[in-house]
Design a protein. Structure first.
Length: 331
């Protein structure tokens, strides 16, 4: 169903899923959630369940979805009082829309608790939102390109050329200046160059440095610093424990995001989905883990991430359900 159709349905009579059985299951789930039904309602539900094995299957899948860790964490994180910006009016709404509103509120609570956006904005000089990319010409003439949900702080005072990568990934095309090294610091690494092009990605467990051309020196930040020199087409990871071995980098894959694409070859389904999620403004919940290690090869455009997730799901034989508020359920 196209997004504009979803909006029209919600404005008229409430959200409806493409599959009417799923829609009925959502309705029953919301009606019975945390309540004791009267005998007539219970009898009607049992008749509906008995009508088809698919009814019981979809209802059971909803129960499993609601018990998924992402939803449990969301419910535990909900504030005791309603968030003013998140006022949800349920008067005259169908039960399915009430369920969707609960799910949307829960997922938004996850975002509020996990991402201290205000603190990041306070420290950052440049940042991008989810799904966006941006190029900036720095005071020395170097060009910095920020990937999705990325943030940096810069210090070019008194001849310095220092960058702190606070979040995400950035590509730097550095203007040569032998007298003033260009430095990028992330969680576990410091990269020093005088004129080259390279990317740095900051993740929870490690930083990744990929060199396109020129030479860079990578140091591990810590009490026992290590260092390595990269040549074009090489990459390295820096963690809290050590620097990895230098390895070849497929630049067409590692830097494809600059051209608005993500490219994978024989990568696990879970990793491909995780990468696509970085560019998706909504929330994706994967209920069934059976497909996590399925090998995936694909070239995905980032100008329509929801369509890319649908393509991935179709290729893996995974069912995809859309809910209002940008929520995608995969099972």
């Amino acid at each position: 169903m196209a997004p504009q159709d979803d909006d029209q349905d919600m404005n008229q009579s409430g959200f409806e899923h493409d599959n009417p059985i799923v829609d009925d299951a959502l309705e029953w789930f919301a009606r019975l959630r945390n309540t004791t039904p009267d005998p007539a309602t219970q009898a009607a539900f049992e008749r509906w369940i008995a009508t088809s094995p698919l009814h019981a299957q979809h209802y059971r899948e909803l129960e499993e979805m609601w018990g998924a860790p992402a939803f449990k964490k969301a419910v535990q994180s909900l504030p005791a009082t309603p968030v003013p910006q998140l006022e949800v009016k349920t008067k005259n709404l169908g039960w399915t829309r009430r369920f969707a509103a609960m799910a949307a509120a829960a997922v938004m609570a996850i975002g509020i608790w996990q991402y201290p956006v205000m603190m990041l904005r306070w420290e950052a000089d440049y940042l991008t939102t989810v799904g966006d990319r941006s190029s900036v010409t720095l005071p020395d003439g170097s060009v910095m390109t920020l990937d999705t949900a990325s943030a940096v702080a810069v210090d070019f005072a008194d001849g310095k050329r220092n960058i702190k990568l606070l979040q995400g990934e950035a590509f730097f095309d550095v203007k040569p200046d032998p007298a003033h090294p260009f430095r990028v610091v992330a969680s576990y690494s410091e990269v020093k160059v005088r004129g080259t092009a390279f990317s740095v990605r900051r993740d929870d467990e490690a930083d990744r440095v990929v060199l396109e051309h020129g030479l860079v020196e990578v140091r591990r930040v810590g009490n026992q610093p290590e260092k390595a020199n990269l040549r074009p087409g090489e990459m390295i990871f820096a963690s809290g424990a050590s620097l990895s071995a230098i390895s070849p980098a497929d630049l067409s894959t590692a830097l494809a995001w600059r051209d608005g694409r993500l490219i994978f070859e024989d990568q696990p389904f879970s990793r491909v989905l995780s990468e696509l999620q970085r560019y998706y403004r909504g929330t994706v919940v994967m209920v069934d883990k059976r497909h996590d290690q399925l090998a995936v090869t694909g070239n995905y455009r980032l100008d329509n991430v929801e369509a890319a997730i649908q393509t991935l799901a179709d290729a893996a034989g995974v069912s995809m359900t859309r809910l209002p508020g940008g929520i995608i359920i995969l099972r």
